[in-house]
Design a protein around this ligand. Sequence first.
Ligand SMILES: Cc1cc2nc3c(=O)[nH]c(=O)nc-3n(C[C@H](O)[C@H](O)[C@H](O)COP(=O)(O)OP(=O)(O)OC[C@H]3O[C@@H](n4cnc5c(N)ncnc54)[C@H](O)[C@@H]3O)c2cc1C
Ligand code: SF4
Length: 329
Amino acid sequence: MRPFTYTRAETLEEAVHAARRDGSRVLAGGTTLVDLMRTDVVSPDHVVDIGRIAGLDRIEHDGPVLRFGALAKMADVAADPVVRDEYPVLAESLRRAASQQLRNMATIGGNLLQRTRCPYFRDGVSPCNKRTPGSGCGALTGPHREHAVFGGSDACIAVYPGDFGTALAAFDATVDLIGVEGARALPFAELHTDVLDRPEVETTLRQGELITGVTVPVTPVLRRSAYIKVGDRAGYSFAIASAAVGLDIRDGVVVDARVALGGVAPRPWRSTAAEEALVGKPFSTDLVKEAGVAAFADAEPRKDNLVKVALGKRVVEQACLTAYSRGEL
Ligand SMILES: Cc1cc2nc3c(=O)[nH]c(=O)nc-3n(C[C@H](O)[C@H](O)[C@H](O)COP(=O)(O)OP(=O)(O)OC[C@H]3O[C@@H](n4cnc5c(N)ncnc54)[C@H](O)[C@@H]3O)c2cc1C
Ligand code: SF4
């Protein structure tokens, strides 16, 4: 690990001031950042610890929106009785992520900004355009079973690994940010970038900008919802494919549908094709199959990750059926 300076910020103002310097990185729970620093995959000059800033850990659910502070722990949001009982997709996406120990430490803001688990990126030595721009991409020529079937490029085919981000992508969430130029609210869909030819640029955050929280509108689709994830193990593994689904069904007909896919693209991937396949039609088991097919119609798998297409369709179907079974809460 390279030497770095360390600032423990007590207030947001202090944090923003410290994080504006080039070479700064924000530290929240540290469950991703410290790993990457230990292996020199990420080598910040300055680390700005925001973990003690008061008030950023609130979970609020009165009124027309839910709001989670950036320092709310994944475990606390997943276990919150209102989130758990009324907004199942959010609680499930958090419960299915990592381990209980990690969730006790890891924060909502850090979860959204976690880096890819691409093994070539993390081993610190393989060619990797994301770690060392211009060095090439080990995954394009080597085994790539975990990699993207949507949205990759000739520069990078890594997937975004987060589960909560996949859920947020389906439900019109907004991210609250603060930086030297003040506060702003960003649609969650605009937080992560497509890799295109610059895989090292993963978000639209400005230098030194911090996430202060996430806002999610309360809608019928958020209530009748589900998150289904398939990984290599039942627990404690990243998604090979996952789906967040929300349904609004009136008189047996789907009037609104939300579908987002995880583990298959460089960013949380909303599937408008699956949504269009569902809306306006009577809900049925055939319909959810159509939604699965529509979700993966434009997939571009490579030789090692064909499985993601077959699996992904089933995951979408299962998420639709589970959401449906929850009825109107
Ligand atoms: C073994 C293992 C298994 C895991 N499995 C899963 C899984 O299945 N699903 C899943 O979703 N995740 C999984 N994770 C990832 C885990 O959820 C993340 O490590 C965690 O959520 C990151 O939160 P943190 O607070 O520790 O972030 P940190 O490690 O502190 O930070 C992560 C990144 O976010 C930045 N950052 C943090 N907070 C802010 C902020 N408020 N504003 C701006 N930048 C910020 C940091 O600079 C850093 O780049 C796993 C992790 C491990 C180690
Ligand atoms: S897929 Fe992306 S992160 Fe992985 S080696 Fe290639 S450039 Fe690096």
